[in-house]
Design a protein. Structure first.
Length: 288
């Protein structure tokens, strides 16, 4: 019998690059949330298979060596006996878009394998997730959190129940190493000594989240705008929507988001943007 796992989009409501570490990585601090209504779907089929079959509107953007197959291979290396599995990925999220699609897919694969095989459930899946990519551990949980370090340190937090986002991607071509190029343009200075631990934020209202996101922002937004000028038009359009509270970039882009306090306001914004920009990818979702 087939099993299906949802792989929700990950949105960086904030992304602070605190500096370049001695090991060459960048020290980050990010408030992340997950879209309960926008994401890919991964199906574990009853029959055995050799590699992941990809379908859906953005299937063409998935090449060889995808993170789903990497997740399956990583799990198989930890087990003495591992039966091959057949997976089908429904790719609904734009590829390399700054909302963690590939990482979410890999995390969904780990969850599916854990549910289907008791031996997988006994493995250290968070460690396997870390080896697959910086965003995979938080996507494994798929719960709002503050990420620090290079993404491996995760502290779950609660978001208000009625926080809605409009996600927009201009569907432009991006280079294979987009994120590395954005960081190159940022040219972050070395990390200034030891960091002081911050108290985790407490969000009592949607307004608290919006104020926090506006204050912290996304350090990568300026270099991403230089690399992808189309981001300027997207953020401007989102900011001008009725009852849009904030418009920013997610991750290294080019997907941007606006936050709304009601589902109705987000729905109105989605309809307006789709009529004005029919070639953009636009998705509305409640955040969790």
């Amino acid at each position: 019998m087939s099993k299906v796992e949802f792989a929700p989009a990950k949105i960086n409501l904030t992304l602070e690059v605190l500096g370049r570490r001695p090991d060459g990585y960048h020290e980050l601090r990010s408030l992340v949330a997950f879209a309960s209504d926008a994401g890919d779907r991964l199906t574990l089929n009853a029959a055995a298979g050799e590699s992941t079959q990809v379908e859906g509107p953005f299937a063409a953007g998935i090449g060889e060596g995808n993170l789903v197959d990497a997740a399956v291979s990583a799990v198989s290396r930890h087990l003495t006996q591992f039966a091959s599995v057949s997976l089908t990925l429904e790719k609904n999220l734009p590829v390399a878009s700054g909302i963690g699609g590939g990482s979410a897919d890999a995390a969904a694969a780990l969850r599916l394998l854990r549910a289907a095989n008791p031996e997988v459930a006994a493995l250290d899946l968070p460690a396997i997730a870390r080896a697959l990519g910086a965003d995979v551990p938080v996507c494994l949980r798929s719960r709002s959190a503050i990420m620090t370090g290079i993404g491996e340190e995760i502290s779950e937090i609660e978001l208000p129940g009625e926080l809605f986002a409009l996600l927009v991607n201009p569907l432009i071509d991006v280079p294979a190493k987009k994120t590395a190029e954005v960081f190159r343009l940022l040219a972050a200075p070395p990390l200034p000594g030891a960091l002081t631990a911050e108290t985790l934020p407490v969000f009592a209202s949607v307004g608290d989240v919006i104020r926090y996101a506006a204050l912290r922002g996304n350090t990568l937004e300026a270099p991403a705008r230089r690399l992808f000028p189309e981001i300027n038009a997207v953020i401007t359009a989102l900011a001008k929507l009725p009852r849009s509270r904030i418009a920013q970039l997610s991750g290294a882009g080019p997907t941007c988001f606006a936050l709304f306090e009601t589902d109705h306001a987000a729905s109105v914004g989605a309809r307006l943007l789709k009529s004005r920009h029919p070639n953009w990818w636009i998705a509305k979702s409640r955040l969790a």
